[in-house]
Ligand binder design. Structure first.
Ligand code: HEC
Ligand code: HEC
Length: 399
């Protein structure tokens, strides 16, 4: 798909001069599930949006821009583009993501109307949960630590969850709803419940052309909203915009932050070999030596492949300072503890990734305290205050 993107965009630019907004302007097949790709097609759109009961929902008269977010050029390079997992049949649209936003914040998605996606994916925490395990609709705890959602759309193999058990975001988004701990609903119950709400009739019509509430559309809309959650306005991004070269010292960084950046990309730590590209994301699940004896089987528990036991998704480190505690089981409370793990705590096991080994042994990093702090300081530059306070990702319900 990506191979066709550049030529198609040239065609599109020639026709409608997509100079600035060409990035997510991916042409979609005729038999697309999603309509209203272009606001100009339907002049009634703002009327439709106004029809949503303003005593229930605080939505703008015409939708926020989710489909054509202007990303900096260093998000458009091949390394990052190769990570993009937007499928051909679910391009982000403004009205689709708006519906997704309402669904994301709606407690009606849980059996007893107590829990929404946002209960465990909190915006100010980079859409993760500060608790080690999250509490579901009936008071039960999740088996793993909640995951931050910033830039979730950039993960090349397109798989989701720590153990990568969902093979697409469209599959993933319906799973928490049906999870017996998290939200406890069946899909037929969910469709019937949401169809009773007038505001969904309007929002589904805006997004999909009629008011039919189906779980497929719910999955598409939630996925659009999550893929629209791009974070690109951190201190790191400001520095990269100034130098255009990640290897250069950034003028807006402190000495320690620049030292941390250099260490992160060095052969001494090899952090950047697993948390790669300007999005700082993995290309595949890996074992980073948390346990000598595997307790959580991770990817291997799903695939049945012994070589994948204890392997976990390598999530984006963007906004990592906000998403404590860390790792699939939330075992580390601080980034300094994480750095100490890589420095001296990596446990040997048959599936330990070879980036963390030296011969048959674990590779120790021998970092000084100053260097450990520098790595932490660098990771703190990946925090994006704009993203976590942006109203277009915030709760639209009036309460
Ligand atoms: C009760 C807490 C809870 C609720 C409610 C919840 N989640 Fe999650 N979410 C989690 C946990 C915990 C994980 C990690 C689980 C795992 O990997 O086994 C997770 C993982 C995810 C991921 C994977 C991210 C990645 O990079 O792989 C996505 C996407 C996600 N949730 C979206 C949603 C959506 C959409 C909803 C609402 C329909 C939702 N979540 C509801 C706790 C929750
Ligand atoms: C061999 C690949 C690899 C290398 C090298 C690596 N990591 Fe990781 N990293 C992972 C994996 C895999 C996870 C998730 C593991 C889990 O949760 O079980 C992870 C998780 C993390 C997390 C927690 C993410 C979260 O959302 O909880 C941080 C922070 C982190 N790594 C920082 C670093 C730093 C700093 C370095 C260099 C000192 C580094 N990593 C080197 C693979 C790697």
């Amino acid at each position: 798909m990506k191979k066709y993107f550049v030529p198609l965009c040239f065609v599109v630019s020639a026709l409608i001069s997509c100079s600035k907004d060409d990035y997510i302007d991916i042409p979609v097949d005729e038999d697309q599930t999603v309509v209203n790709q272009d606001n100009n097609i339907n002049n009634d759109l703002s009327t439709d949006n106004l029809a949503v009961d303003t005593s229930i929902l605080n939505l703008p008269g015409s939708p926020f821009n989710y489909a054509n977010i202007l990303l900096p050029n260093f998000f458009l390079d091949n390394d990052v583009q190769d990570e993009d997992n937007i499928p051909n049949n679910n391009a982000v649209t403004d009205n689709g993501a708006t519906l997704g936003r309402v669904l994301f914040y709606d407690t009606k998605l849980s059996l007893n109307n107590t829990i929404s996606c946002a209960s465990c994916h909190i915006q100010e925490n980079g859409f993760s949960d500060p608790n080690q395990f999250s509490t579901g609709f009936d008071g039960g705890l999740t088996g793993r630590n909640s995951m931050g959602l910033a830039n979730a759309r950039f993960y090349e193999n397109g798989r989701f969850f720590w153990d990568e058990r969902a093979n697409s975001l469209e599959t993933q988004t319906l799973m928490p709803i049906q999870d017996l701990v998290e939200m406890g609903m069946s899909l037929p119950e969910l469709e019937a419940k949401l169809a009773q709400e007038d505001y969904y009739a309007t929002l589904f019509t805006n997004a999909f052309g009629d008011d039919n509430v189906t779980s497929e559309r719910i999955a598409l809309a939630l996925s659009q909203f999550i893929r629209a959650m791009v974070s690109f306005e951190s201190k790191f991004d400001e520095g990269l915009a100034q130098t255009q070269d990640i290897d250069d010292n950034f003028p807006n960084f402190t000495t320690s932050e620049n030292r941390g950046k250099q260490l992160f990309m060095s052969n001494q730590t090899r952090c950047f070999d697993c948390h790669a590209t300007n999005v700082f994301v993995g290309d595949d699940a890996r074992n980073n030596g948390l346990d000598a004896i595997i307790t959580d089987q991770g990817v291997g528990g799903i695939s049945g492949n012994n070589n994948e036991l204890g392997e976990f998704k390598v999530p984006s480190l963007r906004n990592i300072a906000l998403t404590a505690p860390y790792m699939h089981d939330g075992r580390f409370a601080t980034l300094l503890e994480v750095v100490e793990h890589y420095n001296s705590g990596v446990q040997n096991n048959p599936n330990l990734d070879n980036r963390l080994t030296q011969g048959n042994n674990v590779r120790r990093l021998n970092l000084s305290d100053t260097d450990k702090q520098a790595l932490v300081d660098f990771m703190n530059t990946l925090t994006d205050e704009e993203f976590i306070s942006d109203v277009k990702y915030a709760d639209p319900f009036m309460q």
